[in-house]
Design a binder for this molecule. Structure first.
Ligand SMILES: [Zn+2]
Length: 254
């Protein structure tokens, strides 16, 4: 690929050469939403971009520009959150995937930086498999909870808490106001019960936007997380490159 792996840096001639020899691409998606008083609104798409681009470089797979908006209306009471509806997000990502399909791409790895996008992306992935596109969705915090279970407590792995702040400290220390990290006591709804999903927004649980504890954040822990999740995703992309036929296609009747 002549060293280039970012679509937005290539000419169409270079893109043509890539699509002639490869049918896989990486697509980072995220959100623009509040991450408490210490972290930037761009956290979810900035982190997804770094992970996606690093993995693309190591695996020599094409990486697309990042989709910066996602399904975040539950954060809207905190200023600066820019959300799109699930319907619009799904249609937008689908059209991006179909544009890749036109050039022969049949495998797409979505690096999703925001958990609120997962429902839509899972639905879309099943739909696209019917059309001949195999879309996998990677979430770094899900991987890190499995790969590095000791690094953070469960209260430090929630929205804008210590783990996410640590990753920001490792990547964008100039964007983190460390003095504003907090250990937040989240409110519990009076009707909360096991097995019940309530239609609540983030503001129902926390007045500063942080779920759980963020004061234990450090750049060192963030680097450990990034190293582990990038290696895991490299493994997945390499395996997906080799996958073919019945590993990818949706099955007909048994
Ligand atoms: Zn986030």
């Amino acid at each position: 690929m002549g060293g280039k792996f970012l679509l937005y840096e290539m000419s169409w001639v270079e893109a043509k050469e890539y699509f002639a020899r490869s049918n896989i691409a990486v697509l980072p998606v995220g959100s623009t939403e509040q991450h408490g008083p210490a972290n930037p609104l761009g956290t979810d798409h900035l982190v997804a971009k770094v992970i996606a681009e690093e993995v693309a470089k190591r695996t020599e797979v094409l990486c697309l520009p990042t989709v910066p908006f996602g399904v975040s209306s539950h954060h809207r009471q905190f200023w600066g959150t820019i959300s799109v509806s699930p319907r619009v997000f799904k249609a937008y990502v689908k059209d991006v995937c179909l544009a890749l399909y036109y050039y022969g791409v049949r495998k797409i790895v979505v690096v999703n930086g925001h958990g609120g996008n997962l429902g839509v992306l899972s639905e879309l992935a099943r739909e696209l498999r019917e059309k001949g596109i195999f879309l996998s969705v990677f979430q770094w915090w899900t991987a890190s909870a499995k790969l590095l279970p000791e690094l953070f407590t469960s209260e430090e792995r929630l929205h804008a808490s210590a783990e996410e702040t640590s990753v920001n400290l490792a990547l964008f220390p100039h964007l983190v106001a460390t003095s504003k990290t907090v250990d937040e006591e989240t409110r519990k709804h009076p009707a909360r019960a096991e097995g019940v999903t309530l239609p609540l927004d983030t503001v129902d649980f926390t007045s500063c936007g942080v779920w759980g504890k963020s004061t234990a954040a450090s750049a060192d822990k963030g680097e450990k997380v990034l190293k582990a999740v990038i290696e895991e995703l490299v493994w997945h992309v390499e395996a997906l490159k080799k996958a073919e036929g019945s590993d990818l296609e949706s099955k007909s009747l048994v």
